[in-house]
Design a protein around this ligand. Sequence first.
Ligand code: NAD
Length: 288
Amino acid sequence: MAKLLKGAPVANAITDDLKRRSDELIHRSIAPRLAILRVGNREDDLSYERGAMKRCEKAGIAVTKFILPEECSGAQLSDTIQTINQDPSIHGCLMFRPLPDRELEERACMMLDPAKDVDCMTSRSLATVFSGKGPGFAPCTAQACMELLDYYGIDLTGRNVAVIGRSLVIGKPVSMMLQARNATVTMCHTRTAGLASVCRNAEILVAAAGKAGLVTSEFVRKEQIVIDVGINVNEEGKLCGDVDFDEVEPIVSAITPVPAGVGSVTTAVLAKHVIEAAERVFHRRAFQ
Ligand code: NAD
């Protein structure tokens, strides 16, 4: 039986530290606050929002929600981002992506004050992830994968890792972050030839394709570690990852469950970034 790499212990360890840090900030008259910007009412956004709000409460972070209709205009969206940028009581902003209009999404991302960019929406944050230098925060989910691997003591140096997915939200950044930790990374995508065999050759597999049941027994082997980032709804309406858990779990040595795996850590990382952004404000003020 594979070891279950559950997200809760990782998230709880992060949250305990954050509560101490937010108490310290509040004591110094800075109340950490996250702005959640949601366009429309997608069920997956609502579910993430509930998780993020619960986590922020535990970490001592206040939340202000900005909700726009699905058919909102560019002007409405930019006005909202300006409001968030100009409000000194807000330290971080989470905007649910993708937006119904991808062009609007790109423009919105570029408008956010980089100092409040706690989920890697802006090019400054992306540059930090890709260059390994700078003050930007990594995307919360990509960082959650790293936190999970670290918590369970999984050494990355010299390991062969296959990542399925090349999005700017997960696949590409997590590949860069793994490489920065001296792993040898193969980034796979829809056009990868012999996907199953590329994945089977890896010692660690990170699945972030958004396709329920993509990773079957053909993709894995004994001693492998599987990190399932996917969040999908299967034919029975149940939440599941990209990995066919029942088929893969008996073969590999460790695996994250879905739900209760990477997703739980993602909200803790979001809270961590908000606290760090608020601490930076405190340090700037203290040295002015
Ligand atoms: P995306 O659709 O932007 O990107 C998916 C990537 O996977 C693409 O690069 C594509 O090339 C690749 N891909 C898709 N189907 C493939 C296939 N059959 N074979 C090989 N490659 C394939 O999605 P995303 O935003 O990167 O999200 C990926 C998954 O992660 C989704 O299920 C999403 O819901 C989930 N997600 C999880 C969390 C979390 O906290 N766990 C957070 C955000 C997103």
